[in-house]
Ligand binder design. Structure first.
Ligand SMILES: [Zn+2]
Length: 93
C-alpha cells in the first residue's frame, strides 16, 4: 500500500519544518525534497520553477506554492529563518 502524502500534506510539512524562506514580499525560496525552488507571487497568481509546475501549470498549485501560501498566513514561521532571508535579500541588490 502506498502511503504517499498528498500535496497539501507535503506543503504543511515543508512550512512546519521552516523550509519556506520569504526573501521579499513576492519572492520565496522553498526547500523541497529534491531541490530548492524559487516561488514568486504575481498579481493574482503564483510561479514555481519545479517540474510539477512546468507540466501541470499553476491552476493546480504545487506543494512549494502551497507551502508559501501557508507561510504568508503564519508570519511567525519566518522568525526562525529571518537571518537567512535577509542574507538572500541582500544578494538581490
Ligand atoms: Zn513547485
Amino acid at each position: 500500500m502506498s502511503t504517499r502524502e498528498t500535496v497539501p500534506e507535503k506543503a504543511t510539512r515543508l512550512k512546519r519544518n521552516y523550509r519556506v524562506i520569504q526573501v521579499t514580499e513576492r519572492a520565496f525560496m522553498v526547500i523541497g525534497d529534491h531541490s530548492t525552488y524559487e516561488v514568486r507571487r504575481f498579481n493574482g497568481g503564483w510561479y514555481c520553477n519545479c517540474r510539477w509546475t512546468k507540466f501541470n501549470g499553476t491552476l493546480k498549485p504545487c506543494s512549494h506554492i502551497r507551502a508559501a501560501e501557508q507561510a504568508m498566513l503564519d508570519p511567525a514561521c519566518q522568525e526562525v529563518v529571518k537571518p537567512l532571508a535577509q542574507l538572500l535579500a541582500s544578494t538581490l541588490n
